[in-house]
Design a protein around this ligand. Structure first.
Ligand code: S3P
Length: 239
């Protein structure tokens, strides 16, 4: 299944390694998108009236993973879109990843292993008690995070997170990669106002290659914000 490319009407799931700053970004993103933020670990702690370190110690990691998977399922099933702040291991398991792919726009909060270890080494996180095990876990999980995420941001990149959630992709050179960046492999209609089309249209057309089904130029500026313009576009689009 392809990853969901925007969060319009969907949950945003933040994934990433321990110490990435998921919780910090989740709070800000919840404010920016006017959505409730739910922290999966906190939900588990409240439900079981225990702490994550106690749960690991008393019942082991496997028991924690079962509870975590159940909680993820419960939260992502909710209809009202949330920002779901997951624990660092959530995206490491295929069943959870399938759930993310089905129910959420998944955003990777990226961190390098040095920073992660500096942030976590003095905490009581059960999987951050031994440096070499921590580093090995980081290396093992990297691919899993990237495979499930539609976009990647740093924890201080609120703007990047908001744009990504809206399905907006920006990076240097993105225009030349339009053909691969537009989701799926079906036909694409290129729509732009006359100014943008004049500057970037040919490059965008070339980048879309065989996928380009049609090109539609709108008047520049305020003139485009008319029902008649929308009606014409609607009539022209053949997708
Ligand atoms: C874990 C990360 C923790 C917490 C638990 C396991 C992991 O969450 O869920 O200690 O396996 O990486 P944070 O990523 O919020 O630290």
């Amino acid at each position: 299944m392809a990853v969901v490319t925007h969060a319009l009407g969907r949950h945003v799931a933040l994934v990433g390694f321990m110490g990435a700053g998921k919780t910090t970004l989740a709070g800000k993103l919840g404010d920016a998108l006017a959505r409730p933020v739910v922290n999966v670990d906190e939900e588990i702690e409240a439900r079981l009236e225990t702490t994550i370190p106690e749960l690991f110690a008393a019942r082991g990691e496997a028991a924690f993973r079962a509870v975590e998977a159940g909680m993820l399922g419960e939260l992502l099933e909710r209809r009202h879109p949330l920002v779901v702040d997951t624990g660092g291991g959530a995206a490491a398991f295929p069943d959870n990843r399938a759930l993310f792919e089905q129910e959420a726009f998944t955003l990777l909060v990226d961190v390098d292993v040095e920073t992660a270890w500096t942030r976590c080494r003095t905490t009581d996180r059960p999987l951050a008690q031994d440096e070499s095990a921590f580093r090995a876990l980081y290396a093992r999980r990297e691919d899993a995070y990237r495979s499930v995420a539609a976009a990647t941001v740093g924890s201080d990149d609120l703007d990047g997170a908001v744009l990504a959630a809206a399905g907006i992709h920006y990076e240097l050179g993105a225009l030349d990669r339009l053909g691969e960046l537009v989701p799926g492999d079906g036909p694409v209609a290129l729509v732009a106002d006359s100014t943008v089309m004049g500057i970037h249209g040919p490059r965008a057309q070339e980048a879309l290659g065989d996928r380009l089904a049609s090109t539609h130029e709108l008047p520049a500026g305020e003139a485009a914000k008319q029902l008649a313009v929308v009606e014409r576009l609607w009539g022209e689009l053949r997708l």
